[in-house]
Design a protein around this ligand. Structure first.
Ligand code: SPD
Length: 298
């Protein structure tokens, strides 16, 4: 009798479905390089009146808010951006009572401002209410500050608010997304001049000022403009792993207080702040700039 040919074994992998879970998010910073994350889950994707909003989850960064295809804030970034945009000016100002945040929709900066008992009121003027609501759903530790009775949320165009308000603030924070689309106007000299005019005599403006590595032209132009408006303009930086180059900058612009000489270390010690990134050494060291960055802003 003819022998039946044995069927070749079919290699079916029964375990290890993880290998098939292969979805990636890539953000190109200048068209030729960028950051790529493996997406464990897509938690939400929507379109607001202003932009696309996504929340994805990644093993290293945790839940991450993405606006217009750009990473904004995540669970595991040690809160460096939010702590540095807020505590640096708040501890340099002698009596920060009235604070205005333009942008800041994830509310992380507002939540840090609310840790300061000296602050009587903090207005946050954000154009896109959906950013606040999405953050509240997925990253609620960032939005706790919104429950503070001193916090005032206004959903409006920050440029219009600055143009129309007659209020003055001790500290104004420009917690903005990148200078693309409507946000671009908030990086211009004319807007910075109006912000200057809404500050009290000892007022401080801190503006996020992009990556000194990827955004050299923006940085150069922005600091030249700010220096023509404010007597004191100093750049400081932080490590921000989800932003382009992981190295991010802020413009400290002041009508009086110096960010180092006027740092109120006693107030910091007395407050016993819970932070993950900010401390007095980091405050001082953040103003030390590498030579290639100095050359952009000096
Ligand atoms: N490419 C991302 C730059 C974002 C800078 N600001 C973000 C504001 C988050 N509160």
């Amino acid at each position: 009798m003819e022998k039946k040919a044995s069927t070749p074994a079919l290699h079916i992998k029964e375990e290890g479905m993880d290998d098939l879970w292969n979805v990636w998010y890539s953000e190109l910073h200048d068209g030729t390089s960028g950051l790529t994350l493996k997406v464990d889950r897509v938690l939400e994707s929507r379109k607001s009146d202003f932009q696309r909003i996504d929340v994805i989850e990644n093993n290293d960064f945790g839940k991450t808010l993405v606006l217009y295809g750009s990473l904004m804030v995540c669970e595991n970034d040690n809160n460096s951006y939010n702590e540095m945009i807020t505590h640096v000016p708040l501890f340099a100002h002698p009596a920060p009572k009235q604070v205005l945040i333009i942008g800041g929709g994830d509310c992380g900066a507002l939540t840090e401002v609310m840790k300061h008992p000296e602050v009587d009121r903090c207005v946050m003027c954000e154009i896109d209410q959906q950013v606040v609501e999405t953050t509240r759903r997925h990253l609620p530790f960032l939005t706790v500050g919104t429950d503070d009775p001193r916090a005032e949320l206004k959903f409006a165009d920050g440029k219009k608010h600055i143009e129309e308000t007659d209020e003055s603030y001790d500290i104004i924070l420009l917690d903005l997304s990148d200078p693309v689309g409507p946000a671009a106007a908030l990086f211009q000299k004319e807007f910075h001049q109006r912000v200057h005019d809404r500050l009290t005599d000892n007022g401080i403006l801190v503006a996020q000022s992009e990556s000194p590595f990827y955004n050299k032209n923006t940085v150069r132009q922005m600091y030249a403009n700010l220096k023509s408006i404010f007597p004191i303009v100093r750049m400081y930086t932080c490590f921000m792993p989800i932003y382009p180059s992981g190295y991010w900058s802020f413009a400290f612009c002041s009508k009086g207080p110096d960010p180092i000489k006027d740092l109120d270390a006693a107030r910091y010690e007395a407050l016993r702040l819970t932070t993950r990134y900010y401390n007095l050494d980091v405050h001082r060291a953040a103003f030390a700039l590498p030579q290639f960055v100095r050359e952009l802003v000096d």
